[in-house]
Ligand binder design. Structure first.
Ligand SMILES: Cc1cc2nc3c(=O)[nH]c(=O)nc-3n(C[C@H](O)[C@H](O)[C@H](O)COP(=O)(O)OP(=O)(O)OC[C@H]3O[C@@H](n4cnc5c(N)ncnc54)[C@H](O)[C@@H]3O)c2cc1C
Ligand SMILES: *[C@@H]1O[C@H](CO)[C@@H](O)[C@H](O)[C@H]1NC(C)=O
Ligand SMILES: *[C@@H]1O[C@H](CO)[C@@H](O)[C@H](O)[C@H]1NC(C)=O
Ligand SMILES: *[C@@H]1O[C@H](CO)[C@@H](O)[C@H](O)[C@H]1NC(C)=O
Ligand SMILES: *[C@@H]1O[C@H](CO)[C@@H](O)[C@H](O)[C@H]1NC(C)=O
Ligand SMILES: *[C@@H]1O[C@H](CO)[C@@H](O)[C@H](O)[C@H]1NC(C)=O
Ligand SMILES: *[C@@H]1O[C@H](CO)[C@@H](O)[C@H](O)[C@H]1NC(C)=O
Length: 496
């Protein structure tokens, strides 16, 4: 048997006309199932209702078929599943909320073992230390609900209640509290991780500090986080959500308006304000969350309102859960299993610093001359991510593997269809938007966000864009903890 491997390698050139002799992961499905069964790891049986639910990613454009799906309910199950994947020779990935835009929870390609974490979603808040133990399969809405109910506390995180804490917090986690309170990963104080050799380790600032550093930015490439320890903050009694539409009819007006937003983010924006410029097909809004009451919000926004001609259409005081619900688009906040909401889309992203005139003109020009004629349901969300007053930019960039703290703006480009297949023409529309901007930027003066991935990038480019200056250290750690790249996916960190 073994001798056939080099032979088949010689025949690779003929593979397209000969019946394939290269082993497919699906040839190993039976052996894998047997190993898992012997170890007592719970699995979804092929095509069962649970299989269908668990195999279905948020982004239906990128469906992949795993070689098996395990549904662990404890750490030992995960260790055993990892051991079987290694023994049988298939790749393995954790899937938490399944919300990766590249379906990386399924491995981003066919034939991986999916470790479906979402049944492991317990959350226990220690009221005396303020530290929450959050299992690696919880969804953000469940985290927010539990922390609030158990002690009126919270972690900073993004907006969609169905997003998994696993993917979200291990790669960034930016939301409507981040300008005030930082990224989700800034609140991680420790974690329990199953490594590729199926050992389980804890990590923190003092225990396995390299692993602790690496999971805060690139966790999916390092191991499977079974539990997070999050520090938490006491939620403010009153917060104010707001929506302020702008009506920039011409490129000239949009340039003045966007420039005013940029100047505000650089110089005046109070730490208590969290805001994005949301550009959609039919409208453009300034929108966000203020830590404080309506009068405080109005005072904070006043200088910007004049310069942008924005009107404050909505400014509503409420409690913490009310804002979570608002930014979650009104869906039930406390999401667990089963979860079954999907879209069909293509996305890309960008981080930039302050744009100069040429660069801003490039953005606005593509927006008006090309994006506006895109008939699909598209948007560009520009988060006011960094800057002097932002909590995201406060920590030393070397403290975690998140490589983008210093950037002022974080852009999400999102283009979806309501039904049917996403058209290939969309790749050009979105891609050209990004390229028209990056074309005017110096090399190495911009980045991209793996939680808003561009699924069409090759692995080498993706690694550079997602991890920038941190890539060499990440690849060295990857070599130590996962030299054979068990936790592979097409845009993951490769071992040095
Ligand atoms: C509707 C929607 C709204 C969003 N809003 C925001 C937002 O406001 N801010 C923001 O920053 N992002 C946002 N995102 C992006 C989101 O943060 C990422 O898609 C995130 O990676 C999703 O995590 P997940 O666990 O749901 O995804 P999955 O597809 O399950 O996992 C994503 C990646 O993380 C890995 N992973 C998951 N769990 C673990 C674990 N326990 N241990 C190790 N690796 C793990 C997977 O293997 C995979 O590589 C949004 C996404 C959607 C779909
Ligand atoms: C934690 O504190 C809150 C607020 O003081 C209280 O309502 C809740 O019961 C406490 N929870 C636990 C588990 O002690
Ligand atoms: C990891 O830390 C948790 C919580 O402190 C503890 O219960 C567990 O035993 C530790 N595991 C290891 C492998 O050290
Ligand atoms: C705001 O309105 C004034 C008066 O109509 C106009 O001169 C200015 O260009 C507008 N600015 C923007 C950013 O729309
Ligand atoms: C903006 O910056 C780019 C890249 O450094 C440069 O090529 C361009 O000339 C600058 N434009 C202006 C108006 O300064
Ligand atoms: C900018 O967009 C236009 C219009 O879609 C496209 O023709 C051009 O190639 C793009 N520029 C770059 C550098 O990609
Ligand atoms: C598992 O991998 C870790 C990280 O490389 C290493 O420290 C540990 O010794 C390994 N354990 C075993 C049993 O090989």
């Amino acid at each position: 048997m073994l001798r056939q491997i080099p032979l088949s390698a010689l025949l690779l050139g003929l593979a397209s006309i000969l019946p394939t002799t290269v082993a497919s992961p699906f040839d190993k499905a039976e052996a894998l199932a047997e190993c898992l069964s012997k170890s007592g790891v719970p699995t979804d049986s092929f095509e069962s209702p649970d299989w269908k639910l668990d195999v279905s990613p948020f982004n239906l454009r990128l469906n992949y078929t795993p070689v098996g799906i395990v549904v662990p309910s404890n750490v030992q199950h995960i260790q055993d599943a990892v051991a079987c994947a290694v023994r049988i020779g298939v790749k393995a990935n954790a899937k938490c909320g399944g919300h990766s835009y590249g379906s990386f929870g399924l491995g981003g390609e066919d034939g991986h073992l999916t470790i479906e974490m979402d049944r492991m979603n317990k959350i226990i808040l220690d009221n005396t230390t303020g530290i929450a133990r959050v299992e690696g399969g919880a969804r953000l809405g469940h985290v927010a609900s539990e922390l609030y109910n158990q002690g009126k506390r919270a972690v900073s995180h993004g907006t969609c209640p169905g997003v998994g804490v696993g993917g979200h917090a291990l790669h960034g986690g930016y939301g409507m509290s981040s300008h005030t309170k930082g990224l989700a990963l800034d609140w991680i104080v420790g974690a329990t991780v199953v490594l590729a050799n199926s050992t389980v380790v804890n990590c923190s600032k003092t225990e396995n500090p390299d692993i602790f550093w690496a999971i805060r930015g690139a966790g999916s490439s390092i191991g499977i986080v079974t539990e997070f320890r999050f520090a938490t903050f006491q939620v403010p009694d009153v917060v104010t959500i707001f929506v302020a539409p702008v009506n920039w009819r011409t490129e000239a007006a949009a340039t003045i308006g966007f420039k005013a937003v940029q100047d505000f983010a650089l110089n005046e924006m109070p730490a208590e304000l969290n805001m994005r410029l949301f550009i959609a097909k039919a409208f453009t809004n300034l929108e966000g969350l203020f830590y404080g009451d309506k009068a405080g919000l109005q005072a904070a926004l006043a200088p910007l309102m004049k310069k942008t001609n924005a009107t404050l259409a909505l400014a509503q005081q409420g409690d913490w859960l009310a804002q979570v619900k608002h930014f979650g688009n009104g869906v039930n906040v406390d999401q667990t299993h089963p979860y079954n909401y999907h879209e069909t889309f293509y996305s890309s992203s960008l981080y930039t610093n302050e744009l100069n005139e040429t660069q801003m003109a490039a953005f606005v020009s593509y927006w008006f001359k090309h994006a506006k004629s895109n008939k699909r349901d598209w948007y560009v969300q520009i988060d006011l991510h960094g800057g002097k007053t932002s909590a995201v930019s406060k920590p030393d960039p070397a403290e975690t593997a998140y490589a983008h703290r210093d950037y002022l703006f974080m852009y999400l480009f999102y283009d979806r269809v309501d039904k049917g297949v996403y058209p290939t023409e969309g790749f050009t529309t979105v891609g050209n938007f990004v390229k028209n901007v990056t074309n005017t930027l110096e090399d190495n003066s911009w980045g991209q966000y793996i939680n808003y991935p561009d699924s069409r990038m090759d692995q080498e480019t993706a690694q550079a864009r997602y991890w920038g200056q941190h890539l060499p250290r990440l690849q060295a750690i990857k070599k130590q903890v996962d030299p054979d790249n068990l936790f592979h996916f097409p845009q993951g960190v490769l071992p040095a």
